[in-house]
Write a protein of this length. Structure first.
Length: 195
């Protein structure tokens, strides 16, 4: 097991004795992308993105009554924050599909849109790869009330158990009760087995 830290991101590589040259090449390419891939600091957008935003976006999305509640003049590039990351993905989606700038505003040249979206795409992908290396792809979550009841029924071989009503209501995230962000642990969850 080899432990490395590159650009503040720590990761581990499991190397087998007979790992072929393809595996080694993949690791070298990956490390090159991680180390050399960033063209800007972590807290600022690439120059291409800043120029595009100043030219085509800032007039409507500034501090004074921002359209769509997106204030680009004060928005930071803290992409480790999932809310900020989602805002930049929304910006990318809107510009790449042609929704932004709106039809009543001056339309940027196709080359400018392509440069902006490719630059923003690479910034977002790099931020996502850093996040996945640091925290993994899957989020932590607990079983919701229904899943917990079914698990206890299976483990105790007691299909008649009715325990979901003893637990507090599950939280919702994005309209679902199975998303890790909405499922909190409370004291009651730990006490159910003792009842």
């Amino acid at each position: 097991m080899i432990k490395r830290e590159v650009s503040g991101v720590s990761f581990q590589l499991a190397m087998k004795k007979n790992a072929g040259w393809k595996h080694t090449l993949q690791i070298v390419v990956f490390l090159t992308v991680v180390v050399c891939g960033g063209t800007s600091r972590a807290d600022e957008l690439p120059k291409i993105c800043n120029a595009f935003i100043k030219t085509h976006c800032i007039r409507c999305h500034s501090q004074v009554d921002p359209v769509g509640e997106i204030n680009l003049s004060s928005m930071s590039l803290a992409l480790e924050n999932t809310t900020q990351f989602a805002k930049y993905v929304k910006i990318f989606d809107r510009v790449s599909t042609g929704e932004m700038p709106p039809p009543d505003e001056p339309c940027p040249e196709a080359d400018a849109v392509t440069e902006f979206t490719s630059s923003l795409r690479s910034t977002l992908l790099q931020a996502e790869q850093t996040f996945v290396l640091r925290q993994g792809r899957a989020t932590r979550r607990r079983l919701n009330r229904h899943e917990y009841e079914n698990a206890v029924r299976d483990l105790r071989d007691a299909p008649w158990l009715q325990i979901k009503d003893l637990l507090p209501e599950d939280g919702l995230a994005f309209g679902f009760n199975k998303v890790g962000e909405g499922l909190e642990m409370s004291y009651d969850h730990g006490q159910v087995d003792e009842r």
